[in-house]
Design a binder for this molecule. Structure first.
Ligand code: ADP
Length: 235
Protein backbone atom coordinates (compact mmCIF):
# COMPACT_ATOMS: atom_id res chain seq x y z
CA UNK A 1 0.00 0.00 0.00
CA UNK A 2 1.38 3.39 -1.00
CA UNK A 3 0.28 6.76 0.33
CA UNK A 4 1.60 9.76 -1.53
CA UNK A 5 1.07 12.80 0.65
CA UNK A 6 1.55 16.40 -0.48
CA UNK A 7 4.40 15.62 -2.86
CA UNK A 8 5.90 18.51 -4.80
CA UNK A 9 8.98 18.72 -6.99
CA UNK A 10 10.52 21.46 -9.10
CA UNK A 11 13.55 21.63 -11.36
CA UNK A 12 15.90 24.55 -11.72
CA UNK A 13 16.97 25.50 -15.23
CA UNK A 14 19.16 28.58 -15.72
CA UNK A 15 18.27 29.75 -12.20
CA UNK A 16 14.57 29.56 -13.03
CA UNK A 17 12.34 27.24 -11.02
CA UNK A 18 10.16 24.94 -13.15
CA UNK A 19 7.41 23.29 -11.10
CA UNK A 20 6.93 19.69 -12.24
CA UNK A 21 4.39 18.34 -9.71
CA UNK A 22 2.55 20.22 -6.99
CA UNK A 23 0.89 18.90 -3.87
CA UNK A 24 0.10 15.41 -5.18
CA UNK A 25 -1.98 13.11 -2.96
CA UNK A 26 -2.67 9.53 -4.04
CA UNK A 27 -3.48 6.25 -2.38
CA UNK A 28 -2.45 3.08 -4.17
CA UNK A 29 -3.77 -0.26 -2.92
CA UNK A 30 -1.66 -3.38 -2.63
CA UNK A 31 -2.13 -5.62 -5.67
CA UNK A 32 -3.87 -3.10 -7.91
CA UNK A 33 -2.84 -1.72 -11.28
CA UNK A 34 -2.86 2.03 -10.88
CA UNK A 35 -2.59 4.21 -13.96
CA UNK A 36 -1.46 7.81 -14.16
CA UNK A 37 -2.44 9.52 -17.39
CA UNK A 38 -1.71 12.99 -18.71
CA UNK A 39 -0.33 14.96 -21.63
CA UNK A 40 3.35 15.42 -22.24
CA UNK A 41 4.86 17.67 -19.57
CA UNK A 42 2.05 16.97 -17.07
CA UNK A 43 4.55 15.58 -14.54
CA UNK A 44 3.98 11.82 -14.97
CA UNK A 45 7.66 10.83 -15.19
CA UNK A 46 8.58 13.01 -12.28
CA UNK A 47 5.79 11.53 -10.17
CA UNK A 48 6.55 7.87 -10.93
CA UNK A 49 10.25 8.45 -10.35
CA UNK A 50 9.58 9.78 -6.87
CA UNK A 51 8.19 6.31 -6.01
CA UNK A 52 11.69 4.83 -6.05
CA UNK A 53 13.37 8.17 -5.31
CA UNK A 54 15.09 8.43 -8.67
CA UNK A 55 13.65 11.92 -8.14
CA UNK A 56 13.59 13.14 -4.58
CA UNK A 57 10.52 15.27 -3.83
CA UNK A 58 11.04 18.78 -2.40
CA UNK A 59 8.36 18.17 0.19
CA UNK A 60 5.74 15.66 1.25
CA UNK A 61 5.82 12.00 2.29
CA UNK A 62 5.67 8.70 0.45
CA UNK A 63 4.51 5.95 2.78
CA UNK A 64 5.07 2.41 1.57
CA UNK A 65 3.43 -0.07 3.93
CA UNK A 66 3.57 2.68 6.54
CA UNK A 67 7.27 3.62 6.18
CA UNK A 68 8.22 7.00 4.74
CA UNK A 69 10.74 6.17 2.00
CA UNK A 70 11.96 9.78 1.83
CA UNK A 71 13.42 9.21 5.32
CA UNK A 72 15.23 5.96 4.43
CA UNK A 73 18.97 5.63 5.02
CA UNK A 74 21.17 4.62 2.06
CA UNK A 75 21.03 0.96 3.06
CA UNK A 76 17.27 1.02 3.56
CA UNK A 77 16.83 2.71 0.20
CA UNK A 78 18.99 0.12 -1.54
CA UNK A 79 16.91 -2.72 -0.19
CA UNK A 80 13.64 -0.86 -0.92
CA UNK A 81 14.72 -0.34 -4.53
CA UNK A 82 15.09 -4.11 -4.94
CA UNK A 83 11.45 -4.38 -4.01
CA UNK A 84 10.48 -1.73 -6.54
CA UNK A 85 11.23 -2.89 -10.09
CA UNK A 86 10.97 -0.53 -13.02
CA UNK A 87 10.52 -0.84 -16.79
CA UNK A 88 11.11 1.90 -19.33
CA UNK A 89 9.85 3.14 -22.68
CA UNK A 90 13.22 2.49 -24.32
CA UNK A 91 13.86 -0.70 -22.35
CA UNK A 92 17.33 0.36 -21.02
CA UNK A 93 18.90 -3.04 -21.69
CA UNK A 94 22.64 -3.56 -21.69
CA UNK A 95 23.54 -3.98 -25.37
CA UNK A 96 26.74 -5.93 -24.73
CA UNK A 97 25.00 -8.55 -22.59
CA UNK A 98 22.81 -11.43 -23.75
CA UNK A 99 19.14 -11.70 -22.80
CA UNK A 100 20.00 -14.14 -20.01
CA UNK A 101 22.80 -11.94 -18.68
CA UNK A 102 20.61 -8.84 -18.71
CA UNK A 103 18.12 -10.69 -16.52
CA UNK A 104 20.89 -12.08 -14.33
CA UNK A 105 22.42 -8.65 -13.75
CA UNK A 106 20.19 -7.43 -10.88
CA UNK A 107 20.60 -10.80 -9.16
CA UNK A 108 24.38 -10.52 -9.40
CA UNK A 109 24.32 -6.98 -8.01
CA UNK A 110 22.81 -8.19 -4.75
CA UNK A 111 25.74 -10.52 -4.12
CA UNK A 112 23.23 -12.79 -2.37
CA UNK A 113 22.97 -15.70 -4.79
CA UNK A 114 25.11 -18.64 -5.81
CA UNK A 115 25.59 -19.23 -9.55
CA UNK A 116 23.18 -22.18 -9.62
CA UNK A 117 20.50 -20.15 -7.88
CA UNK A 118 20.90 -17.38 -10.45
CA UNK A 119 20.76 -19.91 -13.30
CA UNK A 120 17.52 -21.32 -11.95
CA UNK A 121 15.93 -17.89 -11.45
CA UNK A 122 16.95 -16.70 -14.93
CA UNK A 123 15.43 -19.83 -16.52
CA UNK A 124 12.23 -19.34 -14.56
CA UNK A 125 11.97 -15.70 -15.65
CA UNK A 126 12.75 -16.54 -19.29
CA UNK A 127 9.90 -19.01 -19.23
CA UNK A 128 7.57 -16.48 -17.62
CA UNK A 129 8.14 -13.92 -20.38
CA UNK A 130 8.31 -16.62 -23.10
CA UNK A 131 11.84 -15.90 -24.23
CA UNK A 132 13.54 -19.21 -23.41
CA UNK A 133 14.70 -19.82 -26.98
CA UNK A 134 16.15 -16.31 -27.20
CA UNK A 135 18.28 -16.49 -24.07
CA UNK A 136 21.64 -16.21 -25.85
CA UNK A 137 20.66 -13.38 -28.20
CA UNK A 138 21.72 -9.76 -27.77
CA UNK A 139 19.17 -6.93 -27.45
CA UNK A 140 19.89 -5.69 -31.00
CA UNK A 141 18.64 -9.05 -32.33
CA UNK A 142 15.23 -8.69 -30.66
CA UNK A 143 11.96 -6.96 -31.60
CA UNK A 144 10.65 -4.11 -29.42
CA UNK A 145 8.16 -6.40 -27.71
CA UNK A 146 10.85 -8.97 -26.97
CA UNK A 147 13.12 -6.24 -25.56
CA UNK A 148 10.34 -5.15 -23.23
CA UNK A 149 9.86 -8.77 -22.14
CA UNK A 150 13.53 -8.83 -21.17
CA UNK A 151 12.96 -5.54 -19.30
CA UNK A 152 10.03 -7.10 -17.45
CA UNK A 153 11.97 -10.27 -16.58
CA UNK A 154 14.89 -8.18 -15.31
CA UNK A 155 12.59 -5.98 -13.23
CA UNK A 156 11.07 -9.08 -11.59
CA UNK A 157 14.37 -10.82 -10.85
CA UNK A 158 14.54 -9.86 -7.18
CA UNK A 159 10.85 -10.61 -6.46
CA UNK A 160 9.68 -6.98 -6.20
CA UNK A 161 6.44 -6.04 -4.47
CA UNK A 162 5.98 -3.03 -6.73
CA UNK A 163 6.49 -2.59 -10.46
CA UNK A 164 6.81 0.91 -11.92
CA UNK A 165 6.12 1.20 -15.65
CA UNK A 166 7.35 4.37 -17.33
CA UNK A 167 5.52 4.59 -20.70
CA UNK A 168 6.41 0.91 -21.10
CA UNK A 169 4.40 0.38 -24.30
CA UNK A 170 4.80 3.78 -25.95
CA UNK A 171 7.50 2.58 -28.34
CA UNK A 172 5.49 -0.50 -29.39
CA UNK A 173 2.89 -1.13 -32.09
CA UNK A 174 -0.73 -1.67 -30.96
CA UNK A 175 -0.65 -5.47 -31.21
CA UNK A 176 2.62 -5.77 -29.27
CA UNK A 177 1.27 -3.26 -26.75
CA UNK A 178 -1.69 -5.57 -26.12
CA UNK A 179 0.56 -8.59 -25.57
CA UNK A 180 2.78 -6.68 -23.13
CA UNK A 181 -0.28 -5.40 -21.26
CA UNK A 182 -1.63 -8.97 -21.05
CA UNK A 183 1.69 -10.08 -19.60
CA UNK A 184 1.58 -7.29 -17.01
CA UNK A 185 -1.97 -8.24 -16.05
CA UNK A 186 -0.94 -11.89 -15.78
CA UNK A 187 2.01 -11.04 -13.52
CA UNK A 188 -0.20 -8.78 -11.41
CA UNK A 189 -2.69 -11.61 -10.88
CA UNK A 190 -0.24 -14.45 -10.40
CA UNK A 191 2.06 -12.71 -7.96
CA UNK A 192 -0.24 -10.09 -6.44
CA UNK A 193 2.27 -7.50 -7.62
CA UNK A 194 1.25 -3.85 -7.31
CA UNK A 195 1.76 -2.04 -10.62
CA UNK A 196 1.93 1.71 -11.11
CA UNK A 197 2.08 2.81 -14.73
CA UNK A 198 2.25 6.12 -16.48
CA UNK A 199 0.97 6.63 -20.00
CA UNK A 200 -0.44 9.26 -22.33
CA UNK A 201 -2.73 6.65 -23.91
CA UNK A 202 -6.28 6.10 -22.75
CA UNK A 203 -6.30 2.63 -24.37
CA UNK A 204 -3.57 1.47 -22.00
CA UNK A 205 -5.59 2.64 -18.99
CA UNK A 206 -8.72 0.96 -20.34
CA UNK A 207 -6.91 -2.31 -21.06
CA UNK A 208 -5.26 -2.98 -17.69
CA UNK A 209 -5.82 -0.44 -14.95
CA UNK A 210 -8.11 -0.83 -11.95
CA UNK A 211 -7.91 2.82 -10.96
CA UNK A 212 -6.55 5.93 -12.62
CA UNK A 213 -5.41 9.44 -11.76
CA UNK A 214 -5.47 12.20 -14.36
CA UNK A 215 -2.52 14.55 -14.12
CA UNK A 216 -2.60 18.04 -15.62
CA UNK A 217 0.09 20.70 -15.21
CA UNK A 218 1.57 18.89 -12.23
CA UNK A 219 -1.69 18.38 -10.34
CA UNK A 220 -4.14 15.48 -9.97
CA UNK A 221 -7.36 16.76 -11.51
CA UNK A 222 -9.37 13.54 -11.31
CA UNK A 223 -9.02 10.05 -9.88
CA UNK A 224 -11.12 6.97 -9.37
CA UNK A 225 -12.13 3.60 -10.80
CA UNK A 226 -11.27 3.39 -14.49
CA UNK A 227 -14.88 2.61 -15.40
CA UNK A 228 -16.14 5.74 -13.61
CA UNK A 229 -13.48 8.10 -14.89
CA UNK A 230 -13.91 6.84 -18.46
CA UNK A 231 -17.70 6.88 -18.36
CA UNK A 232 -17.98 10.32 -16.81
CA UNK A 233 -14.76 12.09 -17.66
CA UNK A 234 -14.39 15.62 -16.46
CA UNK A 235 -11.01 16.11 -18.16
P1 ADP B 1 5.62 13.98 -18.35
O1 ADP B 1 6.27 12.71 -17.93
O2 ADP B 1 4.15 14.01 -18.04
O3 ADP B 1 5.89 14.33 -19.79
P2 ADP B 1 7.67 15.30 -16.77
O4 ADP B 1 7.59 14.82 -15.38
O5 ADP B 1 8.73 14.73 -17.65
O6 ADP B 1 6.23 15.16 -17.47
O7 ADP B 1 7.88 16.87 -16.77
C1 ADP B 1 7.13 17.78 -15.95
C2 ADP B 1 7.74 19.17 -16.10
O8 ADP B 1 9.06 19.18 -15.56
C3 ADP B 1 7.86 19.65 -17.54
O9 ADP B 1 7.66 21.05 -17.55
C4 ADP B 1 9.29 19.31 -17.89
O10 ADP B 1 9.79 20.17 -18.88
C5 ADP B 1 10.01 19.54 -16.55
N1 ADP B 1 11.18 18.65 -16.38
C6 ADP B 1 11.16 17.29 -16.31
N2 ADP B 1 12.40 16.80 -16.10
C7 ADP B 1 13.22 17.87 -16.02
C8 ADP B 1 14.62 18.03 -15.81
N3 ADP B 1 15.43 16.98 -15.62
N4 ADP B 1 15.12 19.29 -15.79
C9 ADP B 1 14.32 20.34 -15.97
N5 ADP B 1 12.99 20.28 -16.16
C10 ADP B 1 12.44 19.06 -16.21
Amino acid sequence: MIDIEHISKHYVVDSTAIPAISDINLHIEKGEIFGIIGASGAGKSTLIRTLNLLERPDSGRILVDGSDITKFSKTELLSYRREAGMIFQHFNLIGAKTVADNIRFPLKLTGNYAEVEMDARVSELLELVELTEHRDKYPAQLSGGQKQRVGIARSLANHPKLLLCDEATSALDPQTTQSILRLLRDINQRFGLTIVLITHEMDVIRAVCDRVAVLDKGAVVEQGQVTEVLLHPRH
